[in-house]
Design a protein around this ligand. Sequence first.
Ligand code: MN
Length: 295
Amino acid sequence: MTATATVRTSIEAAAPESLRHVQRIVRGRPTSDGAGVKLTRVIGQPGLDTLDPFLMLDEFRSDSASDYIAGFPEHPHRGFETVTYMLAGRMRHGDNQGNSGLLTPGSVQWMTAGRGILHSEMPEQENGLMWGFQLWVNLPARDKMTAPRYQDIAPEAIPETSPSAGVTVRVIAGTLNGVSGPVSGIATEPVYLDVRLEAGAKVELPLPATHHGFAYVYEGQARVGDGASAQLVRGDLGVLTAGTIVSVSAGDTPARLIVVAGKPLNEPVAKYGPFVMNTQQQIVQAVEDFRAGRF
Ligand code: MN
């Protein structure tokens, strides 16, 4: 790299601040996946098929082992990324290239499947609460056949910041209050914040204007933005309007939510189970490669 390559233009448009609001509220629907794990699908269901670049959001939450013990035995992925965020419980991850790891409470695995992996995700507990999220993030066409990559992030590697009184935010991806999350090198430049508010607390969160975003309340209730659909309760996903800032506040009780945003790809999506490509021909190729053992 030459010195001039790092020189930025001195003329940067000062983008005016604009507030994001909740465009609409989506409720997840109960389903099961893997070998029979019960979960709630919030993105990737008829009520919200996709929110480019996000293809799927599942919340799994049960203290009944029969709901999760079967886990997700070996299965393939190609063409996108799976992001697992554990709130409670332990999940063992292993793949066909010898990678293995244990996801513990508060940890994140950002897996770029790229051209393909075969992996399993199995609970490493026989009782107790298993709680967390899996988000699917699309890859741009140019990266769909990239080499697989893992970012396994331990709980203590995720920084916390308190941008205002009574508010604690774990920054998984993106930057808040001068604190950057550990996830790096992701094409869609994601922001992934886990926000905890004490009763009566309020915070304003900047989100890139170019990004699609959502807020999902997983404990208590919160007011998101200032529109007609601002009041979200546990299990509500609010699709955010465009803008640069979203305000979040708690009422008389504490609240917890994730706020996630990513740059839309605006590319055609051909989706077949665990394969997400751009064309039907690429899907056929993925199925052929999988059957021929080329993953
Ligand atoms: Mn998987």
